[in-house]
Design a protein around this ligand. Structure first.
Ligand SMILES: [Zn+2]
Length: 141
């Protein structure tokens, strides 16, 4: 399909195109996200691209009241905390990303296992287009 190298650069380029791409070892079938060119399980170096559907579930999260300056700039603070979560895709790989559409001020109401869907947040930083994954509960408008 794609002749891009299995690297972080390719991963981010795909994100800019709103695709979540991992690599899969042709020998043992282990999946890597972000993609790797060499398998850490069997040291195989034959990989193929696998696209994630963007659907996953919440497996862990932290709500952060005092974040880095760019988050403060977006309006998050002690009174408006935000959540970072670990999201597991249906194929078993995990990513860490911001979770929106949940009440971060009441973490006790956030449930592990909540089905989530990925959205793409595009930001231009120092003339580069960077895309971040943000997850929202499935069915959230
Ligand atoms: Zn392998």
């Amino acid at each position: 399909m794609e002749d891009r190298p299995f690297s972080d650069i390719s991963y981010h380029r795909f994100l800019n195109e709103e695709r979540i791409m991992g690599s899969k070892c042709k020998k043992c079938g282990v999946l890597f996200l972000p993609p790797r060119s060499i398998c850490v399980e069997c040291y195989g170096n034959e990989m193929e691209w696998v696209e994630m559907s963007g659907k996953g579930k919440l497996v862990a999260f932290t709500c952060i009241a005092v974040g880095p300056p760019f988050m403060t700039k977006e309006g998050y603070d002690r009174r408006h905390p935000y959540c970072n979560g670990v999201v597991e895709f249906e194929k078993g790989v995990r990513v860490v990303a911001r979770i929106e559409g949940i009440d971060s001020s009441k973490p006790e109401n956030i449930k592990i296992g909540t089905p989530l869907t990925a959205t793409f947040l595009h930001r231009t930083e120092a003339d580069n287009l960077n895309t971040y994954l943000v997850f929202r509960p499935l069915g959230d408008p």
